[in-house]
Design a binder for this molecule. Structure first.
Ligand code: UTP
Length: 279
């Protein structure tokens, strides 16, 4: 495994996934499959490719399937041993062999910032990555988004957020940044707003579900008041770091699918099917 200055990847996965009801009534959204792999496995593979081997998962009630997925299933494995199906478990076995998984529960859904704060004890107080598994990112031309961000972290040694240009009509679904472009596609963030109306948005540069955060974020999150929607927002906490010049926004290489929405989920399924030629 590659050596990386970031070892821990935190997966906030406590949300209810209401847009996928009833599918998510008894099953976590992060376990929805794109083809044969659940969303969270794509996320774990991206983190591993970036040199991380400690997966810290913030779960909630009804999320036990995630823990079972990243564990050995002896009965199943002995059942298919020696058959052609054995290879279908090769990737997940590799993950289980190489990574450590730890879990903590977010008791109340008080927002993404609160979910990250809940994961504090799993991060060893070191800089860490955050990956929202419902944002599925692929980069057929090169390395994954977290790998790209780790390279930037080595240079800037501060918090990094991945951004993309969105349709200006949709700013009210995202955290939106503004800043100074210090290199092509790399911005030192000056301001950030959570889910602004299109008329109030400073730009159309939206934060997607990939972050590298420095551990001082926890002291900030602890005193961050509920913001938009009554939730504790990571964007509000990052704004405090940005005031110190300590947040970089990065237009990543690759494509993101918003698999938290039906449209994005279907699009990802179709395009990965075409790419992988499952036929
Ligand atoms: P979303 O708002 O997209 O997820 O949160 P959701 O609430 O599960 O989905 P819908 O809108 O009801 O369909 C983004 C990410 O933050 C996590 C979610 O699990 C998701 O990965 N999250 C959000 C938490 O872990 N805890 C929270 O309190 C809120």
């Amino acid at each position: 495994m590659k050596k990386s200055p970031i070892n821990v990847c935190l997966f906030p996965a406590a949300g209810y996934g209401t847009r996928f009801l009833p599918a998510t009534k008894a099953m976590p959204k992060e376990m929805l499959p794109i083809l044969t792999k659940p969303l969270i496995q794509y996320g774990v593979e991206e983190a591993m490719d970036a040199g991380m081997n400690t997966m810290a998962i913030v779960t909630g009630r009804g999320k036990r399937a995630i823990e079972d997925h990243f564990d050995i299933s002896y009965e199943l494995e002995s059942q298919i041993k020696g058959t052609t199906k054995e290879k279908m478990l090769a990737d997940i076995r590799h993950i289980i062999d190489k990574c450590t998984f730890s879990y903590t529960r977010q008791i109340e859904m008080r927002g993404l910032g609160h979910a990250i704060l809940t994961g504090k004890t799993l991060t060893n107080f070191q800089p860490f990555a955050v990956l929202l598994a419902d944002d599925l990112c692929v980069n057929n031309k090169g390395v994954g988004v977290l790998s790209q961000m780790v390279e930037l972290y080595k240079k800037y040694r501060c918090s990094i957020v991945a951004i993309e240009e969105i349709d200006p009509q949709h700013t009210d679904k995202y955290g939106v940044i503004d800043g100074d472009e210090i290199a092509p596609g790399i911005y030192r963030v000056r301001t950030m707003v959570e889910k602004p109306a299109p008329s109030d948005a400073p730009t159309n540069l939206a934060i997607i579900g990939r972050y590298i955060l420095t551990p001082d974020i926890f002291d900030i999150l602890r005193v961050t008041k509920p913001g938009k929607g009554g939730e504790i927002q990571i964007t509000d906490a990052l704004m405090r770091q940005a005031e110190q010049g300590a947040v970089i926004a990065y237009k990543f290489q690759g494509k993101r699918y918003d698999c938290g929405s039906i449209d994005g989920y279907v699009q990802a399924t179709v395009e990965l099917y075409e790419a992988e030629k499952y036929k």
